[in-house]
Design a protein around this ligand. Structure first.
Ligand code: MOS
Length: 752
C-alpha cells in the first residue's frame, strides 16, 4: 500500500477518544471497580526498619465485627518464589518469614466486610519486634555497596591517562534526594478466584508482567490469570512491578474465598510501590583549554532495598552524549533498610544528565565559551559507542530552535548581571540524548461489516493517550475516521504487549499496528474475487481512504471494506500484527531505561543506531535578592520525537514531564527519618509538589524528521521532557546568583 506523503490524522492534535468517559466519571479506574460479595483488605505495616517480629497478636482485630481474617507470616501458606523479571527478581514477598527489612513493610493483611472495618482492625493488631540497628543513609559506612548487577559499566579509551594530561580537570560530586512518583490515582487491586482462575483488576503499567509474576507465585498457568487495567490514574514507573500488596490481595481472596479489594492509602503509596532512589555521583572531566572534552569518568550510586536490587542506570547515557574519546562509567547500588526503590520517569537518566549538563555549564565558564557553543563544539555527530550513524538526530536543531524561541542571545554571560528590580534573573540550558527502547509487541487489527475497525492489545493507557494514538494510527493506515476505530487495551487476554514505560510503548505498539494494518489490507486483497476491480492487485498498488481500497493510480476503481466483507459473507476480517524491534538483538536483555526483554540503542543494526528522542531545554529563573525565593519564569522545551503521533497528547507528555522535573529540581524530597527509617512526609500535605501557581508558561515545540528505524518513524516521548530541566535550573541559578548548586532539590535554604 502506498501511504500518501501527507498524513491525514497521524500527528494531528486529536482530542483523547477516552476523554469524555474520563471527565464524566464513566471510565473505570481500578479503585472504581467492585464485585458482588466483595471483601476489603487493609495492610498492617512494620513500625521498625530492621529486625524480626517476636510476636504478632491478632485476637483483638479478629474480634471486631465484620473481620473475616488476619493473615500474618504465621498463618500465610507458603507461596512459590517470585520469578526473575526484566527488572530484576520479583519484589520480596513479605510474609515469608518474620524478618523486617524496612519501615512500612507489610506484616499482616486484614480482610473485612467493609474498608472501614478492615482499617479499624489494622489498628488493633499488636506486633512486638526484636529490633536491630537499621542501615540508613547512602553514605553510611555500614551499607553494603555492590556493582550495579545490570552490568552497565563502560570503558572506552584510557581515561586515567587522558585526565592526567588534560589542561583542565573538572572533579565534582552531586547529590540528589529521593523522591516519590505519587500518581494521583491510588493504586488498587481487586482479585477474584473463579475455580482455579484468577481475575485481577490492578493499577499497573504492565499487565503481561503482572500475569507472569502472579502465575509463578500462585503456581497456576499464565492462561489462568487475567489482568485488567482499563484506565490508570498515572504511573510514572510506580506500576512497572507486581508489588507485594498485589500478591497479598490475591492471597487474601484465595483464603477468604471471596473477591477482595485493596486500595493503598496515600502514605502507603510512599512505601509500597517504589520511589526514585537517593543518588550520589562523582564526575571527572578532562578538557583542553579550547573546550574539547578528552575524558569523562562518571560514578553513580543509588540506594536499593536491603535484600533487593533496583534497575537505576545513572551513567548509561554518558558514553553517547558528547564526542569524547576516553570514557569510563561506574554504577553502584547501596543497600539500605528502606522500601525498595523503583523506576520513576527517566530513571537513572535524569540523575546522570544532571551531573553531565551541570558540568558542561561549569566548564563553559572555565574555558570562557558560551554554554550552548561548548555543547556544539563537542557534538556527538555519530553514536560514539558504535561509531554508527543515528537513525535520526535533530539535537542540533533542538539547540537552534530553543535558543531562538527563548532569546538565548540576549543573555549576558556574567553572573549576577541580569535583574529586574529586586529579582536576579538567570538563564540556563541543557541538552538531552535519550535512549531508544522498544520491545516485542502484538496487536490484533480487524474491520467489521459495518465498516468500523477494531484494535486489540494488552498495552495500557496510563493517562498518556495510548487509546487515542492507536485509533489515529489505524485510521491513518486503513483510511478511516478516528471515530470509526474501536480500541481495546489493558487486558492480558489480548495479544501481549510490553510495559507502558521506558518511553517505548508507542514505538512498539505503532509497529505492531502498522504490521497488522498491512497484513489486513493484504487479506482484503486476497478475498476480493475475480469480478473486483482490485482483483490481482498488490498492496503496493492500492490506497485506503474513506473506508475503501482503491487503485492508487485510479481512485475510481475500488471497493469498500463493507462490500468486500458482504460478498464473502464475513462479519469481520482480522490480522495479527507484530513488532519485533530488532530480531538480531533480542537477547541483549535490559533497556537503557526500564529494562525489558526489549532491545536498546546499545545494539546496532545494519550500521545504524536506533535513536531515542533528543531535546534542548532553556529556563529562566528569578531569585529575589533578599528573600531568596525562586520563581521559574519560563521553560522552553524543544524535542526531536521523530514522527509525533498526536501533537496534543505528545505536548502534554512533555509539559507534564517538565512539571514533574520542576518539582524534582526545587521542591520534592522524600524524607527518611535517619534513625527509624520512617518516611516522615508521606502525605500530599507534607510532600511538596508544584501546584499551578508554580508553573509558568511552558513552551513545547517538536522538531526533526520521522525516524528511519521503524515504519511510522516514531520515537518515544514519555520521559525525555524530565531530563534537561534540573540541570537547566541549576545552571540558571548559577547565572543569577553565582552560587553553584550540585544538590537537589534547590530549596530556599540552599539559596541563602
Ligand atoms: Mo517508566 S519510569 O514508567 O517510563
Amino acid at each position: 500500500m502506498t501511504s500518501s506523503s501527507v498524513n491525514r490524522v497521524l500527528g494531528k492534535p486529536v482530542d483523547r477518544i477516552d476523554g469524555r468517559l474520563k471527565v464524566t466519571g464513566a471510565a473505570p479506574y481500578p479503585t472504581d471497580v467492585s464485585f458482588p460479595n466483595m471483601a476489603h483488605a487493609a495492610l498492617v505495616q512494620s513500625t521498625i526498619a530492621a529486625g524480626t517480629i517476636r510476636t504478632i497478636d491478632a485476637a483483638a482485630a479478629l474480634a471486631l465485627p465484620g473481620v473475616l481474617t488476619v493473615i500474618t507470616h504465621e498463618t500465610a501458606p507458603p507461596l512459590a518464589e517470585g520469578p526473575m523479571t526484566p527488572l530484576g527478581p520479583a519484589p520480596r514477598y513479605p510474609l515469608k518469614d518474620n524478618r523486617i527489612v524496612h519501615h512500612g513493610q507489610h506484616v499482616a493483611v486484614v480482610v473485612a466486610e467493609t474498608p472501614e472495618q478492615a482499617r479499624e482492625a489494622v489498628r488493633l493488631v499488636r506486633v512486638e519486634y526484636e529490633q536491630s540497628a537499621p542501615v540508613l543513609g547512602i553514605t553510611t559506612p555500614e551499607a553494603r555497596v555492590t556493582l550495579n548487577p545490570y552490568g552497565m559499566d563502560v570503558r572506552r579509551g584510557d581515561v586515567a591517562a587522558a585526565l592526567a594530561s588534560a589542561d583542565i580537570v573538572y572533579d565534582e560530586s552531586f547529590h540528589m534526594a529521593p523522591e516519590t512518583n505519587n500518581p494521583i490515582g491510588l493504586f488498587a487491586t481487586l482479585a477474584r478466584w473463579e475455580g482455579g482462575r484468577l481475575l485481577l483488576h490492578d493499577s499497573n503499567q504492565w499487565p503481561t508482567l503482572t500475569r507472569f509474576v502472579l502465575a509463578t507465585v500462585f503456581s497456576v498457568p499464565e492462561t489462568d490469570v487475567r489482568v485488567l487495567v482499563r484506565h490508570l490514574g498515572g504511573g510514572f514507573g510506580a506500576g512497572l512491578r507486581a508489588w507485594p500488596h498485589v500478591v497479598l490481595t490475591v492471597l487474601a481472596a484465595r483464603i477468604v474465598d471471596r473477591p477482595v479489594k485493596l486500595v493503598l492509602t496515600r502514605p502507603q503509596m510512599f512505601n509500597s510501590i517504589g520511589h526514585r532512589p537517593e543518588c550520589v555521583q562523582r564526575l571527572r572531566i578532562g578538557a583542553t583549554r579550547e573546550g574539547r572534552l578528552v575524558a569523562i569518568d562518571h560514578e553513580g550510586s543509588t540506594t536499593s532495598g536491603a535484600e533487593e536490587t533496583n534497575f537505576e542506570p545513572v551513567t548509561m547515557a554518558t558514553p553517547a552524549v558528547y564526542d569524547c574519546p576516553n570514557v569510563a562509567t561506574h554504577d553502584r547500588l547501596v543497600a539500605l533498610n528502606i522500601p525498595n526503590p523503583g523506576a520513576m520517569r527517566a530513571p537513572g537518566h535524569v540523575q546522570g544528565n544532571f551531573a553531565i549538563e551541570s558540568a558542561m555549564d561549569e566548564l563553559s565558564y572555565r574555558v570562557g565559551i558560551d554554554p550552548l557553543e561548548l555543547r556544539l563544539l563537542n557534538y556527538a555527530e555519530v553514536d560514539l559507542p558504535t561509531g554508527n550513524d543515528w537513525s535520526s538526530n535533530a539535537l542540533r536543531e533542538c539547540y537552534r530552535v530553543g535558543a531562538d524561541r527563548f532569546g538565548w542571545s540576549a543573555r549576558n554571560p556574567a553572573v549576577r548581571s541580569m535583574r529586574d528590580g529586586d529579582w536576579l534573573i538567570g538563564y540556563g540550558m541543557a541538552g538531552v540524548t535519550f535512549g531508544w527502547y522498544a520491545s516485542p509487541c502484538k496487536a490484533r487489527v480487524s474491520i467489521s461489516r459495518d465498516g468500523t475497525a477494531r484494535a486489540r492489545s494488552t498495552s495500557t493507557d496510563i493517562g498518556t493517550g495510548t487509546y487515542t494514538i492507536t485509533a489515529q494510527i489505524l485510521a491513518e493506515l486503513l483510511g478511516l475516521e478516528v471515530d470509526q476505530v474501536h480500541v481495546e487495551l489493558g487486558d492480558s487476554d489480548l495479544p501481549p504487549a510490553p510495559q507502558s514505560g521506558g518511553s517505548g510503548l508507542a514505538v512498539s505498539l505503532a509497529g505492531a499496528l502498522a504490521d497488522g494494518a498491512s497484513k489486513l489490507l493484504r487479506a482484503f486483497l486476497d478475498i476480493v474475487g475475480s469480478d473486483s476491480p482490485l482483483h490481482g492487485r498488490q498492496p503496493g498498488e492500492v490506497t485506503a481512504s474513506h473506508g475503501r481500497i482503491h487503485l492508487t493510480d485510479d481512485p475510481a476503481l475500488g471497493e469498500t471494506y463493507t462490500e468486500i466483507l458482504a460478498r464473502n459473507n464475513l462479519d469481520e476480517l482480522g490480522a495479527d500484527g507484530e513488532k519485533i524491534p530488532n530480531p538480531k538483538a533480542e537477547s541483549t536483555g535490559v533497556s537503557p531505561n526500564e529494562g525489558g526483554s526489549g532491545t536498546s540503542s546499545h545494539t546496532s543494526v545494519r550500521g545504524m543506531t536506533p535513536a531515542g528522542p533528543f531535546a534542548a531545554q532553556f529556563i529562566e529563573v528569578r531569585i529575589h535578592e533578599e528573600l531568596r525565593v525562586m520563581r521559574i519564569a519560563r521553560v522552553v522545551s524543544v524535542v526531536d520525537a521523530g514522527q509525533v503521533l498526536n501533537e496534543k497528547t505528545a505536548r502534554s507528555q512533555v509539559a507534564g514531564a517538565v512539571v514533574m522535573a520542576l518539582g524534582m529540581a526545587h521542591l520534592e524530597e522524600t524524607a527518611f527519618d535517619p534513625t527509624t527509617g520512617r518516611i516522615t512526609n508521606a502525605t500530599l500535605g507534607d510532600y511538596l509538589i508544584p501546584v499551578s501557581a508554580d508553573i509558568p508558561d511552558l513552551d513545547v515545540v517538536f522538531v526533526g524528521e520521522p525516524d528511519r528505524f521503524n515504519p511510522l518513524g516514531v520515537k518515544g516521548v514519555g520521559e525525555v521532557g524530565v531530563v534537561g530541566v534540573p540541570p537547566a535550573i541549576a545552571n540558571a541559578v548559577y547565572h543569577a546568583t553565582g552560587k553553584r548548586l550540585r544538590s537537589l532539590p534547590i530549596t530556599i535554604e540552599k539559596l541563602l
